[in-house]
Design a protein around this ligand. Structure first.
Ligand code: SF4
Length: 375
């Protein structure tokens, strides 16, 4: 009896997987957005798009990706590009380790794979900066392999449709979600015999697309969802509860002061070390404020006594769990600067460098006008 029940459950689960895969494929055929990286099967172009999409939304990525592909159209171009070029192309996307890993991986592909993008999941996974999600995305989208993907959008769809109530970040629940994602992409491959091309690629993209456009974190558009008829969360009124994510740790507030020092048409800037947040990028000298006067902070930062700093602008931004306020000031040193790690550059020279977004906004204040970012 037990075995009969188990067989029945396995059959029911298999039917639910096949039905879900088919509905997703049908929906994607009709609703897929026309995105530039969807017009190619070039694994390099798809890889770049996937890494950029881990940073921000599709509409922000489109101009970045387009510029990148125009400037670095092949792996070889990326492998040979100057560090300043790749950072400039990435400027504003954040998480600059990712762009450096892209270049490291391009070099690995040139040396270990003869310049040909590897096609096996394990070889792709072994590249610097490539995790299970990215390897799955590249192998399925570029090579139509049944390799699953699981990101925030996919987790939301799967936990809601299949009623998975545990915390997706725990090992057991996460493993269960990967298995589910894999079963779906395998089911799509088996459906490919019914005349669908690129079924694995399209299945994975349909899950990501549904999570991005329809099954959104708040107020999902269930009326437009191809999975609505069989969705656990919708039936049970549990949409708000799923996925069951622990609340994020409270944000920490931090306050910094940046100092704009100007002399003979040049401004003092310094380059951040490679192994810190926003590594390799340029910035105006700055220091975290932990009480004490502004003059003391300016002296500690610039190692010279200054006249009273004059406010230039205030920039608020977030990095991971930090809510940062950056107050920028112009200052006039009262003596020679002993600031050794900086460079004095003109505005046109500064514009060619890569800055973190907050310091780019200080630079825009100096220009008086916002300029389009172009590498
Ligand atoms: S029915 Fe609603 S909650 Fe369920 S998957 Fe579709 S959009 Fe998400």
């Amino acid at each position: 009896m037990l075995r009969v029940n188990q067989t029945l459950r396995t059959r029911q689960r298999g039917a639910a997987i096949r039905r879900t895969a088919l509905r997703l494929l049908d929906w994607f055929d009709r609703h897929a957005r026309d995105l530039p990286w969807r017009r190619t099967r070039d694994p390099y172009a798809i890889w770049v798009s996937e890494i950029m999409l881990q940073q921000t939304q599709v509409k922000t990525v489109i101009p970045y990706w387009t510029r990148w592909m125009r400037r670095l159209p092949t792996l070889r171009h990326l492998a040979r590009a100057r560090a300043s070029t790749i950072h400039k192309l990435w400027e504003g996307l954040g998480y600059y380790t990712r762009v450096r890993n892209l270049q490291k991986a391009a070099k690995v592909i040139l040396t270990r794979h003869g310049g040909r993008f590897p096609e096996t999941f394990d070889d792709v996974l072994a590249l610097p900066g490539v995790g299970r999600y990215t390897a799955g995305a590249i192998c399925s989208i570029a090579f139509n392999q049944p390799t699953p993907v699981l990101d925030g959008n996919v987790i939301r769809v799967l936990t809601r449709v299949f009623g998975i109530a545990g915390d997706p970040r725990t090992r057991t629940v996460n493993a269960r979600l990967w298995t589910l994602a894999e079963d779906l992409v395998i089911a799509s491959r088996d459906n490919a015999t019914r005349g669908r091309r690129d079924a694995c690629s399209r299945l994975n993209q349909s899950l990501m697309e549904l999570g991005a456009l329809v099954c959104t974190p708040r107020q999902p558009d269930c009326g437009a969802c191809p999975l609505a008829a069989h969705c656990f969360a919708r039936r049970q009124g549990r949409i708000e509860d799923l996925p069951n994510l622990r609340p994020r740790p409270a944000a920490t507030r931090r306050r910094f002061a940046a100092f704009v020092v100007h002399s003979n048409g040049r401004y003092l800037v310094r380059r951040r070390p490679e192994d810190v947040v926003n590594g390799h990028l340029w910035e105006f000298p700055n220091i975290e404020l932990n009480g004490g006067s502004l003059e003391t902070a300016a002296r500690a930062c610039l190692r010279v006594k200054t006249a009273a700093p004059r406010p230039l602008c205030t920039i608020r931004h977030s990095i991971t769990r930090y809510r940062i306020t950056l107050d920028a000031f112009t200052v006039e040193p009262e003596g020679p600067l002993r600031f050794t790690e900086g460079r004095w550059l003109t505005l046109p020279e500064l514009k060619r460098l890569s800055f973190p977004s907050a310091h780019r906004r200080i630079l825009e204040q100096l220009n008086g006008v916002r300029e389009p970012r172009s590498p």
